[in-house]
Design a protein around this ligand. Structure first.
Ligand code: PAF
Length: 314
């Protein structure tokens, strides 16, 4: 057991209690510090409300998750994380069963990164009545790009995130909640943003830039499935996106040759392109010359492993 071992809650009730307790302890400490500072400087006491950082994950944590957690710890007094491989967001024949489950190692990594409480529920705890009757639907955007290849995926993501936000809010009371999401899942982020807006969730969303290995491969729990040869082949994805960015920076919109980029990916042995498209990241609609930002968005199959990545071209 390391010094920073987080508390692990497996029930919703225990998680809510653990959040409330951690926030109460942090508030006491912040109040004491405020009083000590005022006494030292001979000024009035200025109290501040402590905040909660929340990092939802499916576990198999890597440095990308640690970056989200460290960011949350820098910006909040208490950090909690969920580890739940959500069956609703996997389609038939996808990798739900083989998705890595590594709770012990995850708890150590999360603790080192500043997480105080982990919520690791069973499927029965999250969905006690089996398949939930009521789900969030992700609309037209949920059927494009990732949603086209993975029908129902985003409905599953939004349904669980909606539930997690409600649970975390129940523990946080009046304290501000900031939730951290990686930008590798750019479409997921935009959909969660829409859900927060449409459902009036009182949670601030904090996007965090993609974390890459030194050779450019975006960190993903699914990288674990790659053999050394497949990992090498997978590099074509980030390299192609980087080339598109370079051409776009040098020659503007005109310089973006999607067709050649697609061919380059498909010409790589063992790699099959799912999609490579350009979007305006604010709307996920088609970008124009005038778009402030243009995002190249791609998914590939390397053997049986599906990887996604994206890059800002402006
Ligand atoms: O991005 C993920 O890891 C998952 O989609 C999330 C947000 C934890 C929901 O299961």
């Amino acid at each position: 057991m390391t010094e920073n071992q987080p508390t692990i809650a497996t029930t919703i009730a225990d998680f809510i209690t653990a959040i409330t307790k951690a926030l109460a302890a942090a508030q006491l400490q912040a109040d004491e510090q405020a009083r000590a500072l005022a006494a030292q400087e001979g000024t009035e006491v200025i109290y501040r409300d402590v905040t909660l950082g929340f990092v939802p994950t499916m576990g198999a944590l890597h440095n990308g998750h640690a970056t989200l957690m460290r960011r949350a710890a820098e910006q909040n007094d208490v950090v909690v994380s969920s580890i739940f491989v959500n069956p609703l967001q996997f389609g038939p024949g996808e990798d739900y069963e083989r998705y890595p489950r590594t709770l012990e190692a995850d708890a150590a990594l999360a603790g080192e990164a500043g997480v105080q409480v982990i919520f690791a529920p069973s499927v029965e705890e999250m969905y006690p009545d089996g398949d939930p009757l009521i789900r969030i639907t992700s609309g037209e955007l949920g059927t494009k790009f990732e949603g086209k290849t993975r029908p129902g995926h985003f409905d599953g993501v939004l349904t669980v995130v909606n539930k997690l936000f409600n649970i975390v809010r129940a523990g946080a009371g009046d304290h501000e909640v900031n939730a951290y999401f990686g930008q590798k899942d750019a479409q997921q982020f935009v959909l969660i943003q829409r859900m927060v807006h449409d459902f009036n969730h009182s949670v601030n969303l904090r996007p965090v830039a993609i974390v890459r290995d030194d050779d450019g491969l975006a960190l993903s729990s699914r990288n674990e499935f790659l053999s050394p040869a497949e990992r090498e082949a997978a590099l074509v994805l980030s390299r192609t996106l980087a080339l598109l960015r370079e051409n776009s920076l040098n020659r503007g919109f005109e310089g973006i040759d999607l067709q050649s980029a697609r061919e380059r990916i498909n010409a790589t042995e063992g790699v099959r392109l799912d999609y490579l498209e350009l979007v305006d990241p604010h709307t996920f609609g088609e970008p124009t010359e005038e778009s402030e930002r243009v995002l190249a968005l791609a998914a590939i199959f390397v053997g049986s492993t599906r990887l996604i990545d994206n890059m800002d071209l402006r």
